[in-house]
Design a protein around this ligand. Sequence first.
Ligand SMILES: Cc1cc2nc3c(=O)[nH]c(=O)nc-3n(C[C@H](O)[C@H](O)[C@H](O)COP(=O)(O)OP(=O)(O)OC[C@H]3O[C@@H](n4cnc5c(N)ncnc54)[C@H](O)[C@@H]3O)c2cc1C
Length: 247
Amino acid sequence: MDGTGWKRFRLNEKKDEAEGVKSFIFESAETPMYFLPGQHVILRLPDLEGDQRGKMRHFSISTSPLEGKFIGITTTIDPVDSPFKRKLDSLEKGEEVDIFGAIGKFIFDPGLWKESIVVLIAGGIGITPFRSMIKYALSMNGNFRIRLIYSGKTSKNLVFKNELDGLAAGDSRLKIFHTVTGEQDGTGNMHRGRIDQDFIRGSVEELDNAIFYICGPPRMVEEETRMIVSELGVDRNRIRTEQFLGY
Ligand SMILES: Cc1cc2nc3c(=O)[nH]c(=O)nc-3n(C[C@H](O)[C@H](O)[C@H](O)COP(=O)(O)OP(=O)(O)OC[C@H]3O[C@@H](n4cnc5c(N)ncnc54)[C@H](O)[C@@H]3O)c2cc1C
């Protein structure tokens, strides 16, 4: 089924998710949008002027299809923002945007997930499609073994941390391994450093049977992919990637 095309949506809710990160939850003004967990959309702000990169950006859908007629996206709203982000952040409930989608093959794949250990590697805001995939997968029956390996600059930047920790506490199919790469921020015993081969070996019990999904800024995705192939000896065909171009 192909549910793609431009549709008009209204902002339903804005939520703070972590330091400098917000979710924007949109409701279809027309028919709901069909999507698979992990897919992304193109968001267009029709009235935006003066942004060198134009009126459109790609965003992974951070909500799960089970969250009904809503499409949620989650993004950084930094102090230094593009006109696009400033406009997005200024939207009030009920204001309209255009959304195209859903698109992309970086998706939850139930058959593959049931027969493999699924290793989800996220850098920073790259967690967004994984929230959708994880929520959806855990709602299904199936002996999934999901290992989320998530790095952020500080613990305050780890998006959806409490929610995902709560899911893992209630469902042994999900295990989460955090690491922070920035300065000490008083978070005590959290692992420090980048996602390297030792961190992955310590988090994934059966590497031979693992499939990898990697999502985040382009450089991080490229470096992790290279490391997983060259240092862990994983076949490139067992790695799926999504690069957040623009970071
Ligand atoms: C398939 C796909 C999925 C994606 N999914 C997501 C997603 O789920 N969430 C998400 O956030 N992004 C996602 N992206 C990236 C997204 O499309 C944007 O490119 C990204 O959010 C950056 O947005 P922006 O250009 O408005 O810049 P901003 O976010 O405003 O800025 C990006 C960086 O540039 C700096 N900056 C901005 N303006 C200035 C300025 N005038 N002077 C100096 N520095 C400045 C900011 O401080 C920031 O560090 C995705 C991209 C793709 C291709």
